[in-house]
Design a protein around this ligand. Structure first.
Ligand code: SAH
Length: 454
């Protein structure tokens, strides 16, 4: 097999994450972005050691698992909802098998693998979406939506995105047509010229409160009042509580703010989870699937077990959701989070919910553990995608607590960390996949680790 050669074959299975396996004689080629059972054509694009990778060119035959027609106009080019033609039960079954294999390969002791927990709603579950401005093809009309799979430039119109509430689709259409009619430019990443960058929408699933954030450069100036009026006139199920104009002149493609102008209302919205209320600002992290997050947090509560009179550390605490859920019966909870804005929100949320035994620190976990004087009885870890920093993990393990609950949105990082846990005497006692990301290749996992001599 050589780079550039084209083959055809059937995707036998998909390992986590998005790794389709196609057998060609004695070689297993990894081909991403498929569904088990599809006959595909692909081109060999990488060969390293014994590993061969192919880039999918075309699906030649559908899989038997594809029991429904595509649900939106940009499948499969978008790449966001790779599994949308599979029924949700079958997506769940596949994700469960993937995670089981990942953990079985990571440890050689017995553990309890619980059945996967699905999201209570399969569609319109995302409370946050970041859409980009661009064009669908070079010099085409203005588009607003999601990047075409594998492309940094082409942006597909996501006017009928099924991952978000219809309100968000209506807002997207309104903004797109408003700027299209006025022939307003979008920001070209290569030339660093143009105006429109992103539309960041957030909508509380429980509260229906919507925050509209338009991100542009400062290269042009427009009167955005007519846009505000058009948005407020939309017939929505929820209601717009704030419209923000965020100026971002940075060269990188991240959504951030150099200056925020309030066009309407307020610069935050509220969401509710497990009877607690949370104030969320445009950039602070909040679990993207609110109803799914309730299942996730209930699982964490169950896995951490009895917290009565105990000191709990919630490391990587974000806006303090888990800390507050654990606080109800604990003696004290200490949350550590690197983004100061999220920590401020966590403190405010705890006060609003009448919780007085939570402390939040704004720092890197790696540094904070050196000066926190309290000793934890239990630890909850919910790190970002890359997992726990390799230098922070030994510090966490050195506390020698009886139980640790590790939540991960990238289970492969968690699986990698399991060896270090084992070396320090911890074993995975039980684990479960909790799906927060229906239709996509992602899945969240919760693992309960127990110190062996306890
Ligand atoms: N537990 C929270 C947030 C989890 S996401 C929830 O369920 O909502 C992971 C969080 O880790 C993010 O808020 C991110 O800002 C934070 N983070 C990333 N690196 C960090 C570090 N080195 N130290 C502390 N927090 C960090």
């Amino acid at each position: 097999m050589k780079k550039g050669e084209i083959y055809e074959g059937v995707i036998e299975k998909i390992d986590f994450q998005n790794k389709g396996r196609v057998k060609i004689k004695d070689t297993t080629v990894t081909v991403k972005n498929g569904i088990p059972g599809q006959k595909v054509r692909f081109m060999i694009n990488k060969k390293r050691g014994g590993r061969v990778e192919g880039r999918l060119l075309e699906v030649l035959e559908k899989s038997e698992l594809e029991k429904r027609d595509p649900l939106c106009s940009i499948f499969p080019s978008c790449g966001g909802c790779m599994y949308q033609t599979m029924l949700y039960e079958e997506q769940l079954k596949m994700k469960e098998e993937q995670i089981k294999k990942l953990f079985d390969d990571a440890v050689d002791y017995e553990y309890t693998f619980e059945p996967i927990k699905g999201s209570p709603i399969e569609f319109a579950y995302r409370n946050k979406m970041e859409f980009s401005f661009g064009d669908e093809y070079k010099d085409g009309p203005l588009s607003l939506g999601l990047h075409k799979k594998g492309s940094t430039y082409d942006v597909l119109n996501a006017e009928d995105c099924k991952l978000v509430h219809e309100d968000m689709d209506k807002i997207l259409s309104c903004v797109l047509h408003y700027f299209r009619e006025r022939r307003v430019s979008y920001y070209h990443k290569m030339q660093h010229t143009g105006y429109l960058r992103h539309l960041l929408l957030r909508r509380g699933s429980k509260t229906g409160e919507i925050l509209v954030n338009l991100v542009t450069t400062s290269q042009e100036e427009y009167d955005l009042d007519p846009l505000k009026e058009a948005l407020l006139a939309l017939d929505l199920e929820g209601s717009i509580v704030g419209i923000l104009h965020i100026i971002n002149d940075s060269l990188s493609d991240v959504v951030k703010s150099d200056e925020t102008r309030l066009l309407y209302g307020q610069d935050y919205f509220y969401e509710e989870l497990l009877e607690l209320r949370f104030k969320i600002t445009p950039f602070s992290f909040f679990q993207p699937n609110s109803r799914g997050a309730e299942i996730l947090y209930q699982t964490v509560r169950e896995y951490i077990g009895d917290t009565k009179d105990k000191v709990v550390f919630d490391l990587y605490s974000g806006t303090g959701t888990i800390a507050q859920i654990a606080a109800a019966v604990a003696k004290q909870v200490i949350g550590v989070e690197i983004i100061p804005e999220a920590v401020e929100a966590a403190k405010e949320n705890a006060a609003m919910n009448g919780i007085t035994n939570c402390t939040f620190l704004a720092d890197d976990v790696l540094k904070a553990l050196d000066y926190i004087t309290e000793k934890p009885d239990l630890i909850i870890l919910d790190p970002p995608r890359d997992g726990v920093h390799p230098k922070a993990l030994p510090k966490i393990l050195d506390y020698g607590v009886e139980r640790i609950v590790y939540i991960s949105c990238k289970p492969s990082s968690l699986a990698r960390d399991l060896a270090m846990f084992e070396a320090k005497g911890y074993r995975m006692e039980k684990c479960v996949a909790v799906d927060q990301f229906c239709q996509t290749v992602h899945v969240e996992t919760v693992v309960g680790l127990q110190r062996k001599d306890t």
